[in-house]
Design a protein around this ligand. Sequence first.
Ligand code: GLU
Length: 304
Amino acid sequence: MNYQEILEHVCQEIQPFSKEGKQADYIPALAKVNPDQFGICLHTIGGETFAVGKATTRFSIQSISKVFALAMCLSLEGDELWKRMGKEPSGTAFNSLIQLEEEKGIPRNPFINAGAIVMTDILLSKLANPEEEFLSFVHSLCGTNSVSYNEEVARSERSRGYLNAAIANMLKYYHNIENDIERVLQFYFLMCSVEMSCQELSKAFLSFANHKKSFQYNHIMLTSSQVKRMNAIMQTCGFYDEAGEFSYLVGLPGKSGVGGGIAAIYPMRYSVAVWSPRLNPKGNSVMGMKALELLTTETQESIF
Ligand code: GLU
């Protein structure tokens, strides 16, 4: 498969969509990012790397960090995790309060904000140095120690984080948060603020693509069955209220973030990360989603 040629072709084909959508601006620091950027990088299980565009420019991974949090929580908690959250698609916005209230403080899944805030609480309870350990787990996955938090982005989000604060308060009311709410929110926003390039993100997701091997990075260990199940959750819950559309158009498990990034995997074949800040109304990158749709169409490779 000539992935380089296909990525270059895909990059040309998506140009008509280059001004569609707009970047997230509810986090003031993200509003400053130049929206007209695009990068894509693909790593094969066999060890090859292909890239086009701004594949080495770092961006705010935002909710893609929830995949790393889930890997850590599954390793630390095993199936106990599912006592505190579900694994069903939410069918509502990622920051919805209504569903959380109706379901009495049990988030639908780990990839909506409420689920990730509970995972943040778990990491705070289980780890001696959660901020350092989260980052060093990400370093071990992507093989680059310079990946870091952007504290300005985290502070900027905290300054407007009214809805996430409401979610955390409701979780606490329903006894699904053990730690101090402010401490949980501070760490949650910090996790979202991690900056990575497509190349680093794609490399980090290669371990999820390689699900037939068990997974061990630092002290985080997952069985191949747990990795497979993580992929199932990415498939059903990874794209906000558009997981069905993404499955229909692209057909790969993955996770997107409001920074405009999407990381996806083709199990036992490749991982891919794409970034372009302009988002559709559901919060997914317009160019990113289009590029992945064309990638799976042109390679005729998808899980379906
Ligand atoms: N930090 C963002 C928030 O909580 C993450 C959203 C996202 O990327 O989905 O609103």
